[in-house]
Structure formats: structure tokens, C-alpha cells
Design a protein around this ligand. Sequence first.
Ligand code: NAP
Length: 249
Amino acid sequence: MEFNMENKVVVITGAARGIGFAIAEAFAKNRATVVIIDIVAEAVEKAVSKLESSGYTAFGYIGNVTDSAGIEALFAKIIQTHTKIDCLINNAGITRDNLVLRMKEEEWQMVLDINLKGSFICSQKAFKHMMKARCGCIINITSVIGIMGNAGQANYAASKGGLIAFTKSCAKEFASRGIRVNAVAPGFIETEMTASLSDEIRAEYAKVIPLQKMGSPLDVANLCLFLASDSASYISGQTIAVDGGLTMH
Ligand code: NAP
């Protein structure tokens, strides 16, 4: 998919691998200045050199999305270095699956902290800069689980459902400042997060997905590209699923 992202600074959290890396690669291919934030230094370096070796412009920073002071300092550094943030993609996310009766409070808290509070923290810091610029866009990577719920994933579903509500509230709060906020809800995407699923579970999922297959990280990246582009300038507050038709409203 081709969009002109030249001169756009795009910050993507959790982008050292998986869906986040595919998003970074897609934006870099479209000539954006890509800024990767992830938690493990080695992974960040590897991701940046992979993009650079393909001839793209990318920068990497180590950051934990739950560390408010650290993210504030990091965003100030990004502004200082790259002058602006046109688009923030809150992609960092984890799962700690368990049935509700067996779920430890730490499992609940960790997922809510990274998936939901982390997105709030990064958004808050980005909004401050975007408000001054009176433009910008934020894309929150939620999940179909945040729409449908899932047995064994109550913490993850609550975090991703919360992220959808957060998206709508921010879209209303910042619309008058020219800032758009949308959510992308991937279905079952081939990444390390889903690599551990057994063939049996994969076959079960394929039965309920109208397009009868799992998606690729690029499918998600393509929607992010569109939402960040000027072609989506009248779209805000939406949650768009990339799920082969699994969820339909
Ligand atoms: P992934 O491969 O596990 O990548 C997530 C990245 O986020 C990892 O590099 C991870 O670092 C990083 N991260 C974790 N905690 C962080 C923190 N506190 N601060 C900064 N970075 C952190 O996951 P993915 O499958 O690509 O998923 C990306 C997003 O899409 C997530 O929000 C996920 O919920 C959502 N999603 C995925 C699917 C799917 O099928 N894969 C479906 C629906 C939604 P570590 O390597 O150190 O953990």
C-alpha cells in the first residue's frame, strides 16, 4: 500500500518485533521518519539495523510505556531531535492468560498497566505536543478480544475494551485541536504472540473466521498507514477490525 509519509514523524511503541515492527517497516517504506520504542535494548538495535539495512530511516529508543517520567523525557528528546510527532501508535501489549477464578492479581494488573495505562501515558505525552501543533493522530492497537471477550483472557479483554473506550473519549476531547484518534482491532494475526497456539486451536479459529485464515502483520500495518494518512482526515473515534470478518457489527 502506498501513502506519502514523507516528513511525517511516526512513533510506534513495542515495535521491535511482531505487528509493531511490521507497522514500522510499512511507514519506513513510505518514507516516514520512524521512531521505535521498545523495552529491550538488543531488540531495539536489531529492529533499527534491519530497517536501515533495507535503506530506510529509523530511530530506536529504549522505553517502558508504564514509566511515566521516562516516557515524558523520551518524548521531549524525540521532539528535540525530530521536531514533532505527527502520529503515535500505541502498539506495546502483552497477554497473561488465565481463567478468572485462577487469575492472580499481578496477572490482572500487569496486563492493565501495559496495555491500557501504558497507552494513556504515551498518549498524554504526545497530546501535549500535538495540541501545540494543532494536528496529529493517535492509533491504538486494541484487539477483537476487546470487542468479543474471551474465556481465559478477562484481563486482556478488559484492557483492550478499555482502550476502545479511551480511544472514543480522546477522539471527542481532542477533535477541536485537529487531532484524530482511532483504534485498530486485529483478529488472529501470525506473530510470536500467536505462534504458541496448537494446530487444533488454529483449525477451530479458522472455522469461525469468514475468510478462513489468520491475518498477517502487514494487514494491520496497511490499515495504520491509511488511518495516519491525509486520506483518513475525516475519520476519528473509530475502531476498525482487521480480522477476516470475525467480528461484524
Ligand atoms: P509481540 O510480538 O509480543 O510484540 C510486542 C512488543 O511490545 C514486544 O517487543 C514487547 O517487548 C514490547 N513490550 C512489552 N511490554 C512493553 C512495555 N512495557 N514497554 C514497551 N514495550 C513493551 O506482540 P504482537 O503480537 O506483535 O502484538 C502487538 C499488539 O497487537 C499488542 O498490543 C497486541 O495486544 C495486539 N494484538 C495482537 C494480535 C495477534 O494476533 N498477535 C491480535 C490482536 C491484537 P518484549 O519482547 O520484551 O516482551
